[in-house]
Design a protein around this ligand. Structure first.
Ligand SMILES: NC(=O)c1ccc[n+]([C@@H]2O[C@H](COP(=O)([O-])OP(=O)(O)OC[C@H]3O[C@@H](n4cnc5c(N)ncnc54)[C@H](O)[C@@H]3O)[C@@H](O)[C@H]2O)c1
Length: 326
């Protein structure tokens, strides 16, 4: 098949584009390179279209007909507060992608939503529970889901599936810098000889999902007939302390954790997904435990470190502490 991967120079998009190519597909990457980086596409031999998905309608002709679309392009930094830009890129960009699919005859669209739509809702988070977006990023993802549902109603021949990724980590995330996963931030601190820093007392938890599982979920979503939205999670909580313990075990390091006071008035202390609907609807179950994922990612080699670990004090984001999950 010929597939379009938007945001294909970014973290998840590049992993997906490379895997699709490895499986013999013809892949076109579209990215505006605002965060994505050519180094993520080392080894990729498909076409690359440089365009803003929300602004330059002519990208539709530059990409040409495809059989499937995997939509990853978005503003992914949850601390961005420019509402207009967030909604233009994430929502209007998505509308363009859906129109592109309808016009060029691509029957299948898989797009990235986010566990952010749950906000501080109860855990384990289930697809049917109310959405409580806590920032404009999460709000944009919630609106995307609404746009997808309306689109499918108007275009019943199309299959559109949204994947609510939980906290993703793995190779090719370094260009996200402060928005990269907490696992990457903490590994960077440890490798720089510093004490890992987390909020008091490290018992907060996240549902971390390895990028190889996220790629697999996209492929399953493409292969099945299921539409709607599905969690992409492991379904097991990993505390901040557990992450640090695992990093030391994998990196062969030792350092006492430094706990500091949480500066955020509001902080999402826990995210945990319910994987049951994806198991049923997409035949997808995450294969990588947190220990195996971190070992595969960082074991046996030095991680791609943050370009700069601030010598004194670490920003909340560097402590892996974006106030809400993605
Ligand atoms: N990484 C996570 O933990 C996580 C969790 C939930 C959801 N998501 C979603 O997964 C998708 C991929 O995220 P990621 O982690 O790979 O982040 P990323 O920032 O590495 O990837 C996003 C890519 O989109 C590109 N992009 C941004 N604006 C664009 C525009 N206007 N036109 C074209 N390209 C544009 C960027 O250059 C980047 O390459 C996003 O939709 C994100 O919201 C990620």
């Amino acid at each position: 098949m010929r597939a379009l991967v938007t945001g294909g120079a970014g973290f998840i998009g590049s992993n997906l584009a490379l895997e699709l190519e490895a499986r013999g597909h013809d892949v076109v990457v579209l990215d505006d390179f605002s965060v994505g980086h050519f180094e993520n596409l080392r080894g990729f031999s498909g076409d690359v279209v440089a365009a803003d998905v929300s602004r330059s309608p002519d990208w539709i002709y530059r990409v040409g007909p495809v059989d499937a679309v995997f939509h990853e392009a978005a503003i992914t930094d949850t601390t961005v507060t420019d509402q207009r830009r967030m909604l233009e890129v994430n929502v209007e960009g998505f509308r363009n992608v859906l129109d592109f699919a309808a016009e060029t005859g691509a029957k299948r669209v898989v797009y990235a939503s986010s566990a952010g739509v749950y906000g501080a809702g109860p855990t384990p988070m289930k697809e049917g529970q109310p959405s409580q977006p806590l920032n404009v990023y999460a709000f944009s993802k919630r609106v995307m889901e609404r746009v997808a549902a309306d689109f499918v109603r108007d275009n019943p021949a199309m299959r559109v599936t949204g994947l609510r990724y939980f906290n993703v980590y793995g190779p090719r995330e370094s260009f996200k810098k402060a928005a990269a996963s907490m696992i990457w931030q903490l590994a960077g601190q440890i490798q720089a000889g510093k004490r890992p820093r987390v909020f008091q007392w490290g018992d907060q938890f996240r549902d971390f999902v390895y990028v190889k599982d996220v790629v697999e979920a996209n492929l399953r979503a493409h292969e099945t007939d299921a539409g709607g939205v599905f969690n992409v999670c492991v379904g097991k909580p990993a505390t901040f302390n557990k992450i640090i313990e695992t990093l030391h075990a994998v990196l062969g390091t030792k350092a006492e954790t430094e706990y500091f006071e949480n500066p955020y008035g509001f902080y999402q202390n826990e995210t945990l997904g319910d994987p049951a609907a994806a198991a049923k609807g997409l035949s997808f179950t995450a294969r990588w435990s947190i220990e195996d994922g971190i070992r595969d990612y960082l074991g046996g080699r030095k991680p791609a470190l943050p370009a700069k670990v601030t010598p004194s004090g670490v920003t909340p984001a560097q402590a892996g502490a974006q106030p809400t999950a993605k």
